[in-house]
Design a protein around this ligand. Sequence first.
Ligand SMILES: NC(=O)c1ccc[n+]([C@@H]2O[C@H](COP(=O)([O-])OP(=O)(O)OC[C@H]3O[C@@H](n4cnc5c(N)ncnc54)[C@H](O)[C@@H]3O)[C@@H](O)[C@H]2O)c1
Length: 252
Amino acid sequence: MVCQARRFEGKTIVITGAGNGIGAATAQRFLAEGARVALIDREGEALAAGFGQLAPDRCLIVAGDCTDAGVLQGFHARTRATFGHIDILFNNVGQSGRERAAPFHESQEEVWRFVLEVSLFTAMRLARLVVPEMRERGGRIINMSSDAAMVGDAGLADYAAAKMGIVGFTRALARELAPHRVTVNAVAPGAIRTRAHDTLAPAVLDHITVGTPAGFIAEPKDVAGVVAFLASEDARYITGQTVLIDGGRWML
Ligand SMILES: NC(=O)c1ccc[n+]([C@@H]2O[C@H](COP(=O)([O-])OP(=O)(O)OC[C@H]3O[C@@H](n4cnc5c(N)ncnc54)[C@H](O)[C@@H]3O)[C@@H](O)[C@H]2O)c1
């Protein structure tokens, strides 16, 4: 990684779903730029393998399920106790119904609730915990949306609803917090090569590539770089935005 700046020295970032994929790449990027990172993932072994040996004085790892409000409260309290304050929140965790995803007329309310819990409510709950502190000290919140919300991917109505919910939540919170030197933005990736892609048939990957003007599927680090920019001082006048990182699949 070409990264010489240490823009986040002395700053603390909280990242959810940091054990794999985009969350892990973002944690690595912030560590490389000098930040203290507090990471949570339900796969404790992935967190330990990726971060257990890295910068122990700047890295807190917690195994837990982000859909459990009590777990998030405990994680927030441990982060405050370890690092003193939180400057940046990256609400990354989320997923579709995956193998339980279905055309809407066959979909199950139980799956909608799961998708909304993990992709929207986790972000709202953790933001609710950090916002009182950020109103005092300033800060940055970056929420994970998806271009599936903009495009309206068929068979993912619940996921699109959750990820568009993130967009509305981001805008309203940005307006509330702008006077307090807190910016709130969202990122909306298109196809990013994470482990979910390992299960896709080559024909599906080809279809995605052909439908992407840039002509390739991006890497988790392509999202991490944008999150780092939004968290930086350079982005202090950007708030309430949703930044598409999708090779031009959806243009605002
Ligand atoms: N990969 C893509 O193409 C893509 C595109 C758009 C949006 N996104 C979004 O990016 C985010 C990260 O996705 P990814 O592709 O990096 O996935 P990933 O599966 O590679 O990583 C997600 C991580 O979140 C963890 N996780 C899942 N549910 C959890 C829970 N309830 N509590 C704690 N940890 C949990 C998993 O254990 C995993 O480590 C998601 O919100 C996803 O919707 C991904």
